[in-house]
Structure formats: structure tokens, C-alpha cells
Write a protein that binds this ligand. Sequence first.
Ligand code: GLU
Ligand code: ZN
Length: 242
Amino acid sequence: MEETVRTRFAPSPTGFMHLGGLRTALYAYLYAKSHNGKFILRIEDTDQQRYVEGAVQVIYDSLKGSGLYYDEGPDIGGDYGPYVQSERKAIYAEYAKKLIDLGGAYYCFCSKERLESLTDANGNRKYDKHCLHLPKEEVERRIAAGEPYVIRQNIPTEGTSTYEDLIYGTINIDYSELEDNILIKSDGMPTYNFANVVDDHLMGITHVIRGTEYLSSTPKYNLMYDAFGWKRPVYIHLPPIM
Ligand code: GLU
Ligand code: ZN
């Protein structure tokens, strides 16, 4: 049997819906509907600092007002909920631990000062994997002592990542261009980098349709799909609207 196509629109309520967002939603909707699939709405509200009051309601209203009816979402439910990321913290914590066990992530206790000291003369900063090499006992002791930490992705330092985008074709990116970004912040909230992968997998998303700003970070997500042994989705990155 053919796998059911499932696409999603995953806006962040950090501002009001604009044309670019609506265009992404339209493509995701049409792709799902033209394949007898499902279109899902997921609210990506992990950046609580930038949360804009009322933005979620505008998302619901804009989609419904444009006829882009979603099959699953926060206000209508579905089998893969909750559909709001801030309600999924426990899920991310569980998968972050798994990823650490798999060698794909690690605890980092570096202070702000230490991180700032890594800035080079040009103002660029790249995390130096300092905490990747901490002994396991030390990590456990510091966590037990209540020291704040983040969880970072462990990106290979060399090699090239390859994947296919349905619009842009073969994308090659050297791992050296990427860095060990934070997956779980010190308050336990995930970043987009982690939450999008866990949710797209758990929500059965088969086709990821989004803006080109994610084209170059997709290798990081693929590393996680591969580490977990999950099937990568089909990627469709949409060129910016001019
Ligand atoms: N929350 C992200 C955004 O608004 C979603 C990107 C994606 O579709 O994966 O840009
Ligand atoms: Zn560190």
C-alpha cells in the first residue's frame, strides 16, 4: 500500500501571518490534497520571548478564511497531538536523551563568558566541542548538582552531506560549514532545530514544504533522522517571493 502523503504548515506565532506564510501553507495544502493526503497545522511556539499575543488566532483565521482547511491541528485535534510545541516538552526531553545515547548530541555546561571568548577577530564564533569530551561521570555529577546546561547537536567536523530537494535538486553541504547548535535550551525548551525533526517524524510528515532559508540547515536535520534510524521526509524548499 502507498504511504499516505502528510504535509504540514508549521508557523511560529512571533508575528502576524503574511503572504510568504500563506503561500507556504497553500503549497502544503495543495500537495496533500492532490495526493489524497492530509494537511496538518502545527504551532511552533518554542521561542516564548518572541511570542505575539493573538498571532495564533490570526493563523487559524487566515487559513480557514483562505479555504486552507487543515485535517489536524491545535483547535481541531487529531491522532498525533498535541499540535502546539510548548505542550510537547516531555517528548523532546525523551528524544534528546536518546540522541545523546546514540552519540548525536551532548550536554554542554559552558558559561556565557566562555562562549563569548570563542569569538574570533572577525566577530565570528563557532562552538569548539569543548563539552563533547567531558567524562560521563563529570556530566552526571554536574547535572545532579543542578548546574544549568544545554544539549547540543554533535555535527561531524569533516565530510559532506548530500540530499535531494524536489525543487533545487542535489544539495551538497560540507559539515565544516555547520556547527553544534543548541537542541535543548537551559529552560528545557527545544529549539526549532530539534523540535522540527522530532515532530515531523512523530506526526508522520512525508513531505516537508518550507522556505529556502532552511535549505542549508537541512543536513543537520538529516543527521538526526539517520541517527534515530528514521526515514527522511521528501524536501520541497520554496524560493522566496520577490
Ligand atoms: N516555524 C518555522 C517557520 O515559521 C517553520 C519552518 C518549517 O516549516 O519547517 O519558519
Ligand atoms: Zn560546553
